[in-house]
Design a protein around this ligand. Structure first.
Ligand code: GLY
Length: 359
C-alpha cells in the first residue's frame, strides 16, 4: 500500500494507492454522521454496495447519475442537490465521489456549493481519474460554450485509489487514462517518459504492480505541482498540456463523442507539432511522442471535419486565454514543458490550416 500527502497546509490530504484501500480508510475519513455516495450507472453495479457496506454506522443515501461527459452539466448537478435536500442532509455531511472524472468533478462541485461547502472524498475508478482529476481540487461542470467553465477549487478529505477497480475498466477508458499518465512524462519527468516506453507492453497488459507505480509517479508529480500552485496562477498551468487543443476537440465534436483522454492525446501531439513548427522541439522528439501515443492506441490526429476557425474560436474561449491571446503549453524537449503566450498568432492559424488539411 502506498500513501503520501498533497501538501496544502490546512487543506492537506492523503492519497492512498493499492488493492483494498477502501475498507481501512473510508469510514475514518468521515467526520459527520451522514454521507451521500454519488456514482454513475456503469460504476454502481460494480462498486456501490462495497462502498455502502463500509458506511452502515451512518445515515447514507446514493445518487446514480447517467454516465458520460455529455451529462456533466448543471441539470445533472441539480439531481445531487435535490437528494441532499430531500434527505435533509446538513452541512456536516460528506459527499463521496465513486466513479471517473465526470462523477468526481460534479460531486466535488456539489460539495463546494452545498450549504456553502461540505466535505468530500474521492474514490476514482478509472485510470484517468486516478492519475489526474481526483487530485488537486478542480471541480465543475461543462457549459455548451466551453469545458469546465463553471466550477470551483475544493479539495477532498482524501483520495482512495483502489487499483483493483481497473480490472473491470473497458480498454478504451484504460487507453484514455494512459494519455494523462504520458502527460506527466512530457511535462517535467523525462525518466518517467522513458520508463513508460520501456514498460509499455506490460502496462497495457494490466500488470498491477507496474500500474500502481505508474499511478504513484503520476500522482506524486501532480501533488508536487498542486502544492506549489493550488489555484493555477503559475506552474499548475503546465498540467494543461494538450488540453487547450483537447478541450476544443471535446466541445467542437459534442461532449462525450471522444473521451477526455483521447482528446488530450491528440492535443499533446498537436502541441508537439506546433512546438516543432516554432523551432522549439526537434523532429526526433516529436516522433517519440507520436510513437508512444500511437503504440498506446490513442488518437494522434484531431477528428476530421473540424476547421481552423472552429479550433481558434473554441481555443480563444479557453480559461487560459487572456485578452484574446491563447496561452499554450508547448515543449522544448520531452520533460520540458512551458507556458507560451508570445508566439505569433498567425503561426497558430498557419499550423492549424496545414495540420488539419494534412489528414
Ligand atoms: N487537470 C489539470 C489540473 O488539475 O490542473
Amino acid at each position: 500500500m502506498i500513501q503520501f500527502d498533497v501538501d496544502l497546509g490546512a487543506r492537506s490530504y492523503p492519497i492512498h494507492i493499492g488493492q483494498h484501500v477502501i475498507e481501512p480508510f473510508l469510514a475514518d475519513a468521515i467526520s459527520g454522521d451522514t454521507a451521500l455516495v454519488v456514482t454513475d450507472e456503469h460504476v454502481a453495479p460494480l462498486f456501490l454496495n462495497k462502498v455502502l457496506s463500509q458506511l452502515e454506522h451512518l445515515k447514507t443515501d446514493s445518487v446514480v447519475l447517467p454516465a458520460g461527459e455529455q451529462h456533466k452539466n448543471l441539470t445533472t448537478l441539480t439531481t445531487i442537490f435535490d437528494r441532499l435536500l430531500e434527505r435533509r442532509f446538513d452541512r456536516h455531511t460528506t459527499l463521496i465521489a465513486l466513479g471517473g472524472g465526470v462523477v468526481g468533478d460534479m460531486t466535488g462541485f456539489a460539495a463546494a456549493c452545498y450549504q456553502r461547502g461540505v466535505d468530500f472524498i474521492q474514490i476514482p475508478t478509472t485510470l484517468l481519474s486516478q492519475v489526474d482529476s481526483s487530485v488537486g481540487g478542480k471541480t465543475g461542470v461543462n457549459h455548451p460554450l466551453g469545458k469546465n467553465m463553471i466550477g470551483a477549487f475544493h479539495q477532498p478529505q482524501c483520495v482512495l485509489i483502489d487499483t483493483d477497480s481497473l480490472c473491470s475498466l473497458p480498454p478504451r477508458e484504460y487507453k484514455a487514462g494512459m494519455a494523462e499518465v504520458i502527460k506527466y512524462g512530457l511535462i517535467n519527468d523525462r525518466p518517467f517518459f522513458d520508463w513508460l516506453v520501456t514498460h509499455h507492453d506490460a502496462l497495457m497488459e494490466g500488470n498491477l504492480n507496474l500500474l500502481a507505480e505508474a499511478i504513484e509517479r503520476s500522482c506524486r508529480n501532480k501533488a508536487k505541482i498542486v502544492a506549489k500552485d493550488e489555484r493555477e496562477s503559475g506552474v499548475r498551468a503546465l498540467l494543461n498540456l494538450g488540453h487547450t487543443f483537447g478541450h476544443a476537440i471535446e466541445a467542437g465534436l459534442g461532449y462525450g463523442k471522444w473521451l477526455h483522454g483521447e482528446a488530450v492525446a491528440a492535443g499533446m501531439s498537436m502541441a508537439a507539432h506546433f512546438s516543432q513548427q516554432l523551432g522549439l522541439l526537434d523532429k526526433e522528439a516529436v516522433q517519440q511522442v507520436d510513437a508512444l501515443l500511437e503504440h498506446t492506441g490513442l488518437p494522434r490526429l484531431p477528428p476530421a471535419g473540424m476547421s481552423t476557425q472552429v479550433f481558434l474560436s473554441l481555443m480563444s474561449a479557453d480559461k487560459k486565454a487572456r485578452r484574446g491571446v491563447i496561452n499554450l503549453i508547448l515543449l522544448k524537449n520531452i520533460g520540458e514543458a512551458f507556458v507560451c503566450s508570445d508566439y505569433p498568432s498567425a503561426e497558430l492559424e498557419l499550423f492549424l490550416d496545414r495540420y488539419l488539411s494534412s489528414q
